[in-house]
Design a protein around this ligand. Sequence first.
Ligand SMILES: [Fe+2]
Length: 328
Amino acid sequence: MTHLLRIDDNELYQIVNPGNYEELKKYESVDIYTKDDNNEPILIKVATEDFNKEYPLISSDNTLMNLFIRLKDRISLIRREQNQLNVDLKKSLKIDMPKAKTILTSLVDVTLSEPRTELLNEIKETIDLMLREYLSNPEVIKHLVQVSIHDYSTSLHLANCMLFCFGYAHYSKYSKKDMKDLGLAALLHDIGKLEIPDYLLQASRKLTPDEFKIIKRHTTAGYSLIESSDFSKAVKLATIEHHERLDGTGYPNGRQYLHETSKVIGIIDVFEALTHWRPYKDEMNPLEALKFIKEKEVDLGRFDEKIFKSFAQSLVGMKLAPNAGVAQ
Ligand SMILES: [Fe+2]
């Protein structure tokens, strides 16, 4: 959950309804501004001063003052939070899986709150950490996937997809470098959902055709967000190709020749969605989900059959679907 909101001038960021001094502690180390009637920023606390009740948070009209911080401060605060979460993640992976899962999801959440290259790059640290942990103890994925959080967020979906991708990549004997790349593509493939209104992403009803059109834009929006970054071609293409299908029935472009990574993420994306709770549907067990994907996608030539079989086998390896062979 982010407490910051992007504003138009791209220089100052609003702290949304901090509510109380306790919450403001997060911003203690940075300059805080408010704006006057002409929309000009006024510095009300300098970074070196403590935040205490001396600082007026209530305007003369008795409403909570709008508070802002600078972009560079926002980036450094997020980076600090990412680093701390990585430290916490490393610790809890040894002792407390539910906590590790929550931290992993928060890490993705915090990173996606400001998808700038420098912050997206920080998440490579998380990939390294998870990969090291996975290679030393593959059981960790099984435990993390099995921690079910009865909630739905894009961040949780992305974290789950990354876990499945590690299992698939390991089973398929990917190099360590390619494993990292696939994990990163999984974490970032839905990054364009940041541009889609929450009420559509969280809707617990069937979307209208017009609403679905808006949702589909997350593919092109995601690609635009990371197009000029130094991520690999595989990571970039996964954003725009993960809803494409090999028979041309996918979106946004009806592309049939897809990057290998996009083909993998496409399958894992659907599998994750089917096997996890959503506001509008119950979850399927892994075997049901594999059968469903085989009938509705693989048999119709929409998904790559070889990748699908390897993925099903990788679930056996992760002890997530002991009878996955039945679905093939
Ligand atoms: Fe997507």
